[in-house]
Design a protein around this ligand. Structure first.
Ligand code: SDX
Length: 444
């Protein structure tokens, strides 16, 4: 099913008639300014090195746009997140994950016919090759599932030789379908393998999130019916995590893809980056932090430790490189958390109490207010997963399942950009000056 990109998804950066002029050693050099449809304008410095012999220096990319994109917009000061122009809250409340995946990939929400066709296509790709079962069996049962997922995602390239040509739009499209469809299956397999239960095959008559929960919790021993409230909550969580502009893992996927690496290898690179506790690994770290605090009475002591920089302790689930306001996803997740806990009769879950009290204290503490540290997407998600019976080692795997739609949409956008080049940053070298080789018998 080849899709026609929406018109909005094709229009190029508007070059404004403004320029930025730098004066370097008395020489003025002007750089063109491009205006965004929303958010910050940029000035194109690609000719800086040729004109001045100098590089810019911006570790962590605090002030650097790495690419042009039409997919996701974030306004960190206002706490705004939009996928292709649609605010995240109504998408989470009224859409579903596969609709959002279609939106991220093609720039438009599907109409009824497109939705039926897209859903059917994804459904028909949810199974994985039987040989993959042997890949899983090579891992220790106690392996962290993110280690398994990084391997499993890359291994898909070994099975799909018919979709490794990244220059063929049809092969790029089928790879996108395969990845969106198979990540939940691989995720559920990594969980089942870790608890010694048999793999559960996807069921074509189930919805995307219902199918995932079925593969996670069903067993061959009895019929398992997924709680529709939990399936809906899972779908909402997947929507909220689906994309987020040029975050660390998405930038990793883009950089890997810029060399022409196949999309399965690029997803594996994204999974590796997402694993870090400063990024997608934070949801697991939040639960560990709440458990460590243990009781609301211990919160003040914990907050003191966080403020003491020498402790190295951070308030996990708080802070964000872009959001200097409440992460709009955290707002939706806090309500979803209460819905799920109520549905499961766990509304008095101690960790939720600690989280709500911790949030209240932090939001009124000058240390966090001055640094504009607010709850982010990871602060409540772990409590929901835990209530659903998902172990904390699986939390970041669920983030990876959701983010696959965003990763592959961003990769596709880059591959379709005629201006795309291999990413190859330079550096500020402060190492040793030139020196002669010293033979072993002359070294001190
Ligand atoms: C995700 O980029 C994305 O879009 C990511 C993501 C996505 O959807 O892809 O949104 C998902 O990764 C969310 C973030 C999950 N990570 C955590 O919750 C881990 C805890 N957060 C921190 O590690 C931190 O806030 C970051 C990494 C998220 C952001 O770090 P920055 O932008 O580099 O900010 P910083 O480290 O320069 O912090 C500024 C100040 C510092 O204090 P000062 O040196 O100014 O005195 O705030 C402090 C930091 O020490 N600070 C924190 C803190 N986060 C920042 N202090 C205590 N607890 C924290 N969580």
């Amino acid at each position: 099913m080849s899709k026609i990109e929406s018109a909005a998804a094709k229009q190029s950066a508007a070059a404004s008639n403004r320029t930025v002029t730098l004066s370097v050693d008395g020489k003025n050099i002007s750089f063109p300014v491009y205006d965004a449809t929303e958010g910050q304008s940029v000035f194109d410095i690609s000719k800086l090195y040729a004109e001045t012999g100098m590089f810019t220096f911006d570790p962590g990319f605090m002030s650097t746009a790495s690419c042009e994109s039409k997919i996701t917009f974030i306004d960190g000061d206002q706490g705004i997140l939009r996928y292709r122009g649609y605010d995240i809250a109504p998408l989470a409340e009224k859409s579903d994950y596969l609709e959002v995946a279609h939106l991220l990939l093609y720039g438009e929400l599907p109409n009824a016919e497109e939705k039926k066709s897209f859903n059917r296509t994804i459904t028909m790709h949810t199974m994985v090759h039987e040989q993959l079962h042997f890949l899983f069996r090579g891992f220790p049962r106690a392996s962290h599932p993110m280690a398994v997922m990084a391997g499993a995602a890359a291994s898909l390239a070994a099975f799909y030789h018919d979709s490794l040509d990244v220059n063929d739009p049809a092969q790029r499209e089928i790879s996108a379908y395969r990845l969106i469809a198979k990540m939940p299956t691989l995720a559920a397999m990594s969980y089942k393998y870790s608890i010694g239960q048999p793999f559960i095959y996807p069921q074509n008559d189930l919805g995307f999130s219902e199918n995932f929960l079925h593969m996670m919790f069903s067993t061959p021993c009895e019929k398992y019916t997924v709680n529709p409230v939990l399936a809906r909550a899972m779908d909402k969580i997947l929507i909220l995590h689906a994309d987020h502009e040029q975050n660390a893992s998405t930038s990793t996927v883009r950089l890997a893809g810029s060399s022409g690496a196949n999309p399965f290898a690029c997803m594996s690179a994204g999974i590796a980056s997402l694993w870090g506790p400063a990024h997608g690994g934070a949801n697991e770290a939040v639960i560990n932090m709440l458990r460590e605090i243990g009781d609301v009475s211990k919160i003040p002591d914990f907050i003191q430790k966080v403020k003491d920089k020498t402790s190295g302790i951070k308030l996990m689930g708080f802070g964000h490189r872009v959001y200097k306001n409440y992460d709009p996803r955290a707002t939706v997740l806090r309500e979803t958390c209460k819905e799920v806990l109520a549905e499961l009769g766990q509304i008095n879950e101690p960790l939720l109490k600690i989280a709500v009290e911790l949030e209240k204290i932090a939001l009124n503490d000058p240390y966090f207010v001055e640094r504009k540290l607010y709850p982010n997407v990871d602060f409540y998600s772990g409590i929901i997963y835990r209530a659903m019976g998902i172990p904390s080692k699986m939390f970041t795997v669920l983030f990876a399942v959701a983010r696959t739609a965003g990763w592959i949409a961003q990769w596709k956008e880059m591959m379709e950009d005629p201006k795309a080049k291999i990413g190859r940053p330079r550096q500020l070298f402060t190492g040793s000056a030139p020196r002669q080789f010293v033979p072993l018998d002359k070294r001190k």
